[in-house]
Design a protein around this ligand. Structure first.
Ligand SMILES: Cc1cc2nc3c(=O)[nH]c(=O)nc-3n(C[C@H](O)[C@H](O)[C@H](O)COP(=O)(O)OP(=O)(O)OC[C@H]3O[C@@H](n4cnc5c(N)ncnc54)[C@H](O)[C@@H]3O)c2cc1C
Length: 381
């Protein structure tokens, strides 16, 4: 019988044989590692960061929540202080334009706010009981050995050689991604820059999630992150970003006062210097696999962050992929991926396009209301 433990191999020059090498321990890579591990597969997950990465992906919408529940991770997530919310209020130039109620539009009736680091932490804590799953922080793939049809070996930066039946890239940044040659189609850059900060929770933020747009191309989204902290996202026209956040020639609070109407208790807490730039990219790929190398999550697609569903779709992809890879049917891998995984591309493209149309309509009240789609917004489509 095959020894399912990956063991403690990994110092320079070691050769490690596994079923699957996953690059990136974000929400997708971590979940894939966990699900394959539960099915007895030997998995190595390599993560470039030395520790769990923080980030602005705080929303789990119904599709993601169902998977968290189905994979038995809900109790852990709750113990990490996740917040259930049901309503988001939308404003344009200070006037309410839309109240989105998850109890009306979704089966779960709510979404969850939880810091990204806690979502990934909950998934990875499930891996701790699995000796056949080895998650390596501060590690990356630097080279691969490949034929035309397949990758046979990946070399890590500490010299470890990993032989695997399948390789999954969830980063878009490893040599595995280049091997797939996925023909990335990037969407045109957005006219705004996104910044985020964390402050003390105020009563208006505790009360409701409020998302404000202005006709001059600004937006602001305030919501509780934990029981005592609030997340503030601010979008500003690209050409003003440096004046607002670097030279501070434009006063952030004064400008927010012109279109943020029901969250005024946040203004005294606003410090332009505390806002970090949040990456925005939107792209799709024309193919998700080549031979035994597969792209997933951030290696395969990205939607505008304000769509709030990239994690949910990625968790679905990890679940489907785990089912295919655990079948151990190398002869049938390409067909299974073609039939059950590559088909995800059209769903991703719809999500990316929806987020893109929304993000380009923020300044225009009527256009935004036309694009906003109740089913898609709640994540039920
Ligand atoms: C500001 C912002 C807000 C967002 N908000 C939401 C939200 O509220 N809800 C939602 O569902 N989605 C949200 N998203 C989208 C969501 O973050 C992604 O869709 C999701 O994280 C993709 O998961 P992933 O595991 O594939 O990639 P990631 O979460 O990006 O994880 C990839 C991991 O790989 C690591 N890595 C990178 N390069 C390498 C390398 N060369 N070698 C090894 N490891 C590497 C990274 O450190 C990271 O840990 C947001 C995105 C942004 C940018």
């Amino acid at each position: 019988m095959r020894d399912a433990s990956v063991g403690s191999a990994g110092s320079s020059g070691d050769i490690v044989d596994v079923d699957c090498l996953v690059v990136g321990a974000g929400v997708g890579g971590a979940l894939l590692g966990l699900l394959l591990g539960r099915r007895g597969q030997r998995v190595v997950v390599v993560e470039a960061s030395p520790s769990l990465r923080t980030g602005g992906a705080d929303f789990l919408k119904p599709r993601g929540l169902r998977l968290i529940r189905d994979h038995g991770l809900m109790a852990d997530l709750r113990s990490r202080g996740s917040l259930e919310r049901s309503v988001i209020d939308f404003y344009h130039d200070g006037t309410p334009i839309l109240l989105y109620d998850f109890t009306e539009h979704t089966e779960t009736g709510h979404f969850v706010i939880v810091p990204y680091v806690e979502t990934v932490g909950a998934i990875l804590s499930g891996c701790k009981d699995l000796p056949n799953v080895d998650v390596r922080f501060g590690s990356r793939v630097v080279d691969i050995v490949a034929t035309d049809e397949a990758v046979t070996e990946a070399m890590l930066d500490d010299g470890t050689k990993l032989r695997a039946r399948t390789f999954v890239d969830s980063t878009g940044r490893s040599p595995l991604h280049a091997f797939v040659d996925p023909r990335v189609k990037a969407l045109a850059p957005y006219p705004h820059v996104l910044r985020m900060a964390t402050t003390k929770l105020t009563s208006s933020v505790a009360e409701r999630n409020r998302l404000y747009f202005s006709s001059d191309g600004w937006f602001a989204y305030f919501y509780p992150l934990t029981y005592d902290s609030a997340r503030l996202f601010v979008g500003v026209p690209r050409e003003l970003d440096a004046s607002v956040f670097e030279s501070r020639d434009i006063d952030l609070t004064s400008h927010l006062e012109s279109f943020v109407s029901d969250s005024r208790d946040v203004f005294p807490l606003i410090d332009a210097g505390a806002f970090l730039r949040a990456p925005i990219s939107a792209f799709t790929c024309e193919q998700y696999h080549r031979g035994n190398v597969i792209l997933m999550g951030g290696g395969a697609f990205a939607c505008h962050p304000m769509t709030g569903q990239g994690m949910s779709y990625t968790m679905e992809d990890a679940t489907i992929l785990a089912g295919i890879l655990a079948e151990n049917d190398s002869g049938n891998l390409s067909r299974a991926l073609g039939e059950r995984y590559e088909t995800r591309r059209s769903l991703h493209a719809e999500l990316v396009s929806y987020g893109d149309r929304l993000a380009r309509s923020y300044h225009d009240r009527e256009a935004y209301q036309r694009v906003h789609h109740a089913g898609r917004h709640g994540g039920e489509l």
